[in-house]
Unconditional design. Structure first.
Length: 282
């Protein structure tokens, strides 16, 4: 059972990380860049012999505190945790080489009621360890499916961006690989839901699912390609809602409006997996 005050003030460990070109390349490969050997623009993210660029969505894994909700002290049923929403604000391009500090805290908890779960809002600030400069802020909404009815507040619930009723201006299909979740876990997101078939079954899934943040990475790739011409520095932020899981090996179709609105669906099942998206480009 969740103790509201204890979880709201839970001491999430500060993380210091030395980001290296190898980290940047591995992250880009783990979200699917490099699959087209003839697209030279992608090489700026995966070829360490070039002047590397960092995909903006790497902010979600840099100085990541790990699956801290699995700590029994949180009172959370960790098997039933699902990533609900993600937000990223970029203050400057992420470093290819340098030490960063990640400070994560819980910013709110919403009790949806007995049998209806709860929402946990958290925020991570990423700063340059040498200068103290703020690099990026990431915000997450985590759906605690097994933890409603603990007597916490019923709001406020953060609003989401509406999806236009018109047809998208751009669509792009990007394939995921059957083993992609196993690679992506090495970024530090080691929830066994994405690797162990037995854990996936206990959570109600027929097989391990792709990390929501890996799906976010695939969608970010589509956005940087179509709205930024592979210039990562042009992206200033994004927000989205995860609406259904992706299974490794499926194809993600990102539907984009020139306003920066977007959503994504799995082609094979025609299921919307990302909704209410909004990207900001300079």
């Amino acid at each position: 059972m969740i103790d509201y005050e204890k979880l709201l003030n839970f001491p999430i460990p500060e993380v210091r990380q030395r980001v290296t070109p190898r980290d940047a390349v591995f992250y880009a490969l783990s979200i699917g860049l490099g699959q087209d050997p003839m697209d030279k623009r992608q090489l700026d993210y995966v070829d360490a012999h070039r002047a590397l660029r960092v995909m903006p969505s790497m902010a979600v894994v840099i100085a990541h505190p790990g699956f801290w909700l699995a700590n029994p002290e949180t009172g959370v049923d960790a098997v039933k945790v699902v990533h609900g929403e993600q937000r990223i604000t970029l203050h400057c391009p992420l470093p290819v080489d340098g030490e960063v500090i990640g400070r994560t805290r819980v910013t709110g908890i919403v009790d949806k009621g007995e049998g209806k779960g709860a929402l946990l809002y958290s925020e991570k600030e990423i700063t340059d360890a040498a200068t103290g400069a703020l690099l990026a802020v990431t915000g997450s909404t985590t759906f605690l499916r097994g933890d409603g009815g603990f007597g916490g507040p019923a709001g406020p619930v953060q609003p989401v961006h509406p999806v236009p009723e018109t047809a998208p201006d751009i669509t792009l299909d990007l394939a995921t690989r059957p083993e992609q979740a196993l690679y992506y876990r090495l970024n530090g997101d080691d929830n066994p839901l994405h690797a162990d078939p037995d854990i996936a079954a206990r959570a109600g899934f027929p097989r391990p699912i792709l990390h929501g943040l890996c799906t976010l990475g695939v969608v970010t790739h589509a956005l940087v390609r179509e709205l930024g011409n592979y210039d990562a520095a042009a992206m200033k932020g994004l927000a989205l809602r995860f609406s259904s899981p992706v299974y490794p090996g499926e194809t993600i179709r990102t539907e984009i409006w020139k306003s920066g609105a977007f959503r994504a669906r799995v082609v094979e099942r025609d299921v919307v997996v990302v909704n209410n998206g909004k990207a900001d480009f300079a």
